[in-house]
Design a protein around this ligand. Sequence first.
Ligand SMILES: *Cc1c(COP(=O)(O)O)cnc(C)c1O
Length: 330
Amino acid sequence: MSIPELPVTLADVAAARSRIAGIAVATPVIPAMPLPGAGRYWLKLENLQPTGSFKVRGAASRLGTLDPAALERGVVTASTGNHGRAVAHVAAARGVPATICVSVHVPPGKVAALRATGCEVIVGGDSQADALVTADTLVEQRGMTLVHPFDDPQVIAGQGTIGLEILEQVPATTTVVIPLSGGGLAAGIAVAVKATRPDVRVVGVAMERAAVMAASLAAGRPVELPEEPTLADSLQGGIGRTNATTFPIVRALVDEVVLLCEQEIWDGMRFAFDQHRLILEGGAAVGIAAVLAGHLDVAADQDVVLICSGANAEVEHIIALAQGRATPPA
Ligand SMILES: *Cc1c(COP(=O)(O)O)cnc(C)c1O
């Protein structure tokens, strides 16, 4: 297979690696405790990043491309989850002003946690979409730079540095299994891995509930779906009607997409906790979950790397894991 012309290249990923050094860490890969199937399974522990998710790679990569004047005007985003935390953290580490726009429905605890990093939080509007409009206004009025959670070549290149590390840590890798939402993580890793190892199989995993990327791939264009509550809340949300970057890359390079029900996701979180004493949020346990549920066809002598993308599970879920609850909390 020849790699088609895509908006992010291996050279972009390699360049991002030096920009993220000192902010993101090269995370360990550990052998997984026994899982079903004939392969050897490895866990790539992105839950160990500062702020508890890989999103710090993309944020550090993007901020690292800004010139001094742009850094002085600051950065803005509209995410309350792992991306917002990562942007706030990277901005604080570099002494750059950051503004996070959130809707009025975001819990006060989350707003307080963001403010504690030293960023400005603007609360307003009824939805995430409204918060994004506020962010766009700041781009126009204050000349701030919008740091998109996924649809940005430099963000994707930052996430792709995971792929470079995997090829060094597990040179025999045959399959990489990646949580999939907006597609920045999957696109970046796929570009990095397939540039030198086009034979490596790249699998995306998401929840059945409002799997927007999967629906968009099926439709051949970005589609929108109403959000549904899920344990994999970090995989919620759309890919953007005007998606310019992750959709074409995911379409070209991701070989298959697996979708999971809530029980399967919970079983993945339980495996991580029971077998490894690892706390993974639902969206980060979907790789383990896909293997446990038998959705991945793995031949003997395959080396399968499961990306464990984040640690930021709800405290109630952590308590339920420690209590050994077999079914997902409502
Ligand atoms: C953002 C996120 C994802 C999905 O990444 P995309 O680039 O949106 O596909 C997966 N896991 C965790 C923990 C995340 O925060």
